[in-house]
Design a binder for this molecule. Sequence first.
Ligand code: ZN
Length: 493
Amino acid sequence: MIVRNGLAALPGRQDFVRASLRVAGERIADIVLASDDPSGDSLAPEAGEEVVDASGLLVLPGAIDPHVHFDEPGFTQREDFLHGTMEAAKGGVTTVIDMPCTSLPPVTDLAALRNKLAAISSKAVVDYALYGGVSGRGVEASLGGGRRRAAPGAAPGAAPGAMAELAAAGVVGFKCYFISGMDTFTAVTHDDFGRILAEGERLGRPVLLHAEDLDYVTAASARLAAARGSAAPEWSDYVESRPEAAELVACASALALARGRESSLHVVHVGTAAAAELLHRGGASCETCSHYLAFSSEDFAEKGAALKTAPVVKGRGEREALWRLLADGAIDFVTSDHAPSPESEKNTGNVLTAYGGIPGTGTLFPYLLSEGLFAGRLSLSRFLDAISGAAARRYGLWARKGSLALGKDADLVLVDPSATWRVEGSKLLSKGKITPFEGMSLKGGVVATYVRGRRVFDAGVFGGDSVTHNRISDGPGIVAEPGSGKFLAWGYR
Ligand SMILES: [Zn+2]
């Protein structure tokens, strides 16, 4: 296939450059700049080779969303791998990394990983990697080693822990929580966390932390409940129970516990600018999410439960500060924390029981393209790193993912930069339809998404013939078979 005459986002360039790409099999086989080929014929199609005319379109590397909850197996009333990856593809995401904590059983050992792979491998339409998890109740089994009773005949302390087994099976990191709302995946103590980081470092995998301070949130929630008595909780109760300070305290604790292993620490979904600065100065990595860049706690008045996430969005001042830190590189990349739920769990009528999570993998790339790159908040190189490159490097996928370069997988997003569209929850391909981005106008439309050279999403602008089939009844524009997405292990090459 030849993608001809598009404006390509090539690594190391300050701006898009007119170029043609040849895709051979699953990989980028040639990149020819128009400036080096005035006649335009150095990439002549071979007999039968498909040519995609990308004139007027941007050609970008597929986005990587390294923080999704697709909930399969277990909580598939909320999301599953088919709907989650369809939504990802529609939004220009070609690789997702799924969290271990919201499927059943949670991915805390090798048997659970195999069980999950068996459940999802026939479903995905984009590529996927997985995290392992360390739940508070299973820390010793996760760590293995001296504290674990060895099998009869084995040397004392020789039993491999579940983290080691999961690392060998290809997970790209380990997730744990300082505070958790899940009975099936509980928080770790500070003592646990230092040891988990040490094991993560030994295994060469980052340890991902949900960083809100348990003591702070528990005490603040109790104080606010006592103050309101029998009155119904309001959004301010939720916001004030998990403020900026709860994130800052947790991030400071994590750094204190790291003791020289800061480079193994990654804090997920940071919504507090000072926490991100602290982590960056301390040598850890962090991500923020599109909702922390787009919304603030003042928006609950209009959006209500559609905006409820954990951590909660912060005050208005944080948004522009987070954008600046992202532009500077102090925040490494942006994720969706995609975690939808059905209306019955979301709109409970009670601030405190409404599900804390939103769909986001399909709006992540379009939002950042429109409000980051096109709005001038991010340079092209920072945009590319934030949406793809930095996550590929952090999670052991850089050899084949994360940029448009020779020999890498042909994960491509074609974008019409002149298109403007409005987010409509009812049109999401996710199982979740309730989004705080509802009604938001964004510039730049994804017209096609390719995973390893295979067209997965097609908005139809190339004409009817290019939409080969549409076999998924609720997936207009998805033109790939479920199961065509591939499992990516750490070090994928
Ligand atoms: Zn999450």
